[in-house]
Ligand binder design. Structure first.
Ligand code: ARG
Length: 757
């Protein structure tokens, strides 16, 4: 029996940030261009233009057709086949999807060594940390293979091939189908195709919809489950700047960690075993020590999770008015409560570190998104496009019939969706992702099916053992005092935010039985629930009983919330959702027809994409210019020993003082991070930044504040990808971490030649 650790209920999540729920450029050669432009400027013909960022998350199999000429002009020296080819090894073979799309990593040695972000390895580092071995604080490097640590369930998937299956899927659909029938058919076709691949090759397959259901592609993966933690810098380096600097430039974060993929003796995926061998990937990335400079070509390959670039003004307005402020408000409270306890105890700090960081990341994301949606006038820009679309659609009867309804239907659907959005957001954020015990109890309540089964004692014993392990996992990062505080606060926040008539019946009992005293209710719940402590849970498992499970106050609490949702809201939300899907499908198809000369790219959906652009500075606001790179000097400038976010380890200060940068420095300085015009989003975290020769120059880890609205509308002038310079990463491993053994596995290149450190 497998229990999801995260809530997974179709329809509860309001999509983008949630736990989802069914669902992180062109011209001549650039130098030539600058020359011509400066002549024009000198001649007074042109005014110096702001350089545009490079919108587009392209599907690798369409590169040759759509982007390759443009990439060459921008400085790409590789052939399209060297980037993506399914018959010979190509760059795509070095790109790894972590845990089904939570992050990206890249192979950087012939022995399965992977590079990703610190925040992608964070949970693995946290899981291995204790008060005695605090790897979060001190960092960790395996000095030999035997010291590598389990990663706590990270999986690594390599893409075998992509195939366009649009015709096959669309052939099964017809216009007389309603949305429910249509999506059922699509799901069925996807399952059929996925099963065919699995049976024929053993590979995992996934069919995904593109352009809002207008196209379908098949992705085939080889997935490895034995992935180990090899190294990470101290948190003060890997998360330098903390939440203050998060989502912002200029940045000085060494946001990286190292993993290794292990395989069986046949180099194929195998369950964890000490006998497993490092995986030999088809391809790994060589590393450039040459650095990057302004205008250099950069491409990023990885797994962007989700964008909503074709979202209409109605959806944007709904986010601005309802869901974004609610998410921020609820997370704000959760963060404050966790922090109180984390600051008071090292043990609690380690337990909650990962949950805290994840909560804070999207707390700040939604603050920034709302701010920049307004700043960048996104609703207005969307409305302008929508009005053009409407005019175009009205120009002939056929278009009118095909596309004329789309925006009107979307507007109506969003009017209805607005009525349920708050409840859905509160349920997801405050209840499902609130305190730990109620949801854990809900997951465990599925046990009743198993323990009731007297015919299969061996099966029951096996299930209990699995559940015991799940419990160990849960309680390892659990503190009862913190959990109680969270539950009380979240119940209150829900009651304050959601109209009384919409509240589940549990609120009646809190009012009647506990006089509206939430604290008393919560105390009673934890006193009676078998899920309140690890000891109580384990004694329950020693003597499991269905009636105890069913009557447990914690599973009852989550059960009531979910039941209310499923009965009163889920059908309605599904119906509205299908109107939105249908409207969007027509809107996107119409847009593509309206602008036949424009190259369209599909929204991100956790499938491999490539974005290309250049290293480029930007002007965030009037009178301010931001450089395209930062150096170690900036780390020292930001140091604040009274603020853990800006703590600088003594070792790093000493290296700065002695300027001991070895082969990683450039003109006496050490570059830390840089920005480029690539188009990335959450899920791309850890993606390789690759130069025109196919060498690794950086590891992408963030987007910038001025473009926080970028997932909904790409901001040509200011949108940037923030990456850690690969030379900073190597310096941190080698000089600060003393783990030259790891660097020695890599292939370092300087001016086209292989070099040693
Ligand atoms: N904003 C980054 C992303 O979503 C995560 C950065 C993690 N750092 C932090 N301070 N929480 O990819």
């Amino acid at each position: 029996m497998i229990f999801n650790r995260k809530p997974n209920l179709c329809g509860v999540g309001s999509s983008r940030y949630s736990l989802v729920i069914c669902h992180s450029q062109k011209i001549i050669n650039p130098n030539m261009k600058r020359l011509i432009l400066s002549c024009l400027v000198l001649a007074g013909i042109a005014s110096q233009q702001v350089v545009r960022a490079d919108e587009g998350m392209w599907l690798p199999l369409l590169l040759k057709r759509l982007n390759y000429e443009d990439m060459k002009k921008k400085g790409c020296k590789l052939t399209a086949d060297e980037i993506y080819n399914i018959n010979t090894s190509s760059l795509k073979d070095a790109i790894v999807m972590l845990s089904g799309g939570s992050c990206t990593a890249e192979a950087i040695s012939s022995n399965g060594l992977l590079l990703t972000n610190h925040h992608c390895g964070y949970e693995a580092i946290q899981t291995n940390s204790t008060v005695e071995h605090d790897y979060l604080t001190n960092g960790f490097y395996a000095k030999s293979r035997s010291e590598e640590l389990p990663s706590g369930g990270i999986t690594a998937s390599f893409l075998v091939r992509i195939e366009d299956v649009t015709q096959r899927v669309l052939a099964e659909l017809n216009p007389s189908m309603n949305e429910t029938e249509r999506s059922a058919k699509v799901r069925q076709m996807a399952k059929t195709i996925e099963k065919e691949v699995k049976e024929a090759s053993g590979y995992d397959a996934s069919v995904k919809g593109f352009f809002d259901g207008n196209e379908y592609y098949l992705f085939v993966y080889e997935t490895f489950t034995d992935v180990r933690l090899v190294g990470a810098p101290p948190e003060s380096v890997g998360k330098f700047g903390g939440d203050t600097d998060n989502w912002m430039w200029p940045r000085h974060t060494g946001d990286f960690s190292l993993l290794r993929v292990y395989a069986g003796a046949d180099n194929k995926p195998a369950e964890f075993s000490p006998a497993n061998q490092p995986y030999q990937p088809k391809r790994f990335l060589p590393i450039s020590l040459d650095g990057v400079k302004e205008d250099d070509f950069t491409m990023v390959m990885g797994y962007p999770g989700r964008t909503d670039r074709y979202l209409t003004s109605y959806g944007v307005q709904m986010a601005l008015d309802l869901s974004n402020p609610a998410v921020v408000k609820i997370r704000d409270k959760k963060l404050k409560l966790m922090k109180e306890d984390m600051d008071a105890s090292t043990e609690i700090r380690i337990k909650y570190a990962s949950t805290y960081a994840q909560t804070a990341n999207y707390w700040k994301y939604f603050i920034g998104q709302s701010q920049q949606l307004k700043n960048n006038g996104v609703v207005e820009k969307k409305k302008e496009l929508e009005s053009k679309f409407q005019t175009w659609a009205g120009q002939d009867a056929q278009r009118q019939a095909k596309y004329g309804f789309a925006l009107r239907d979307l507007e109506n659907a969003y009017t209805d969706m607005r009525k349920v959005t708050l409840m859905r957001t509160y349920l997801n954020e405050a209840i499902l992702q609130g305190a730990g015990v109620p949801f854990f109890a809900y997951q465990m309540s599925q046990l009743k099916e198993v323990i009731g089964d007297t015919s299969n004692p061996a099966g029951v014993a096996e299930a209990i053992a699995e559940v015991r392990a799940e419990g160990a996992n849960f309680y390892k990062d659990y503190n009862i005092g913190t959990d109680k505080k969270l539950l009380e606060a979240m119940l209150i926040i829900y009651a304050e935010g959601i109209a009384k008539e919409e509240q589940p019946s549990i609120y009646d009992s809190i009012r009647t039985k506990f006089n509206g005293n939430y604290k008393a209710y919560v105390e009673d719940l934890y006193a009676r629930s078998v899920f309140a402590t690890s000891d109580k849970f384990n004694s329950f498992l020693d003597n499991p009983s269905v009636s105890v499970l069913v009557n447990d106050p914690a599973s009852q609490l989550s059960g009531i919330f979910l039941q209310t949702f499923m009965t009163n809201y889920r059908p309605q939300i599904t119906e509205i959702q299908s109107r939105i899907e249908k409207g969007n499908r027509a809107f996107v198809a119409g847009l593509r027809e309206m602008m036949p000369e424009k190259k369209f790219y599909p929204n991100a959906n956790s499938t491999m994409r490539l974005t290309y652009g250049q290293v480029k500075d930007y002007d965030p606001r009037d009178g301010v210019e931001y450089d395209e790179f930062t150096t170690l000097k900036g780390v020292i400038e930001k140091e604040d020993s009274s603020n853990p976010e800006f703590f600088v380890p003594a070792g790093l200060k000493a290296l700065y003082k002695s300027k001991d940068y070895g082969i990683y420095g450039e003109k006496g300085e050490l570059h830390t991070c840089f920005i480029s015009t690539n188009d990335i989003t959450g899920g791309n975290s850890g993606s390789p930044v690759i130069n025109g020769k196919g060498q690794l120059v950086g590891c992408a880890f963030d987007g910038n504040w001025e473009a926080m609205s970028g997932d909904i509308f790409f901001e040509d002038k200011v949108q940037r990808t923030i990456s850690a310079d690969i030379r900073y990463i190597l310096f941190l491993i080698d000089k600060l971490g003393g783990a030259g053994n790891i660097v020695d596995e890599m292939q370092l290149m300087r001016k086209g030649k292989i070099v040693k450190r």
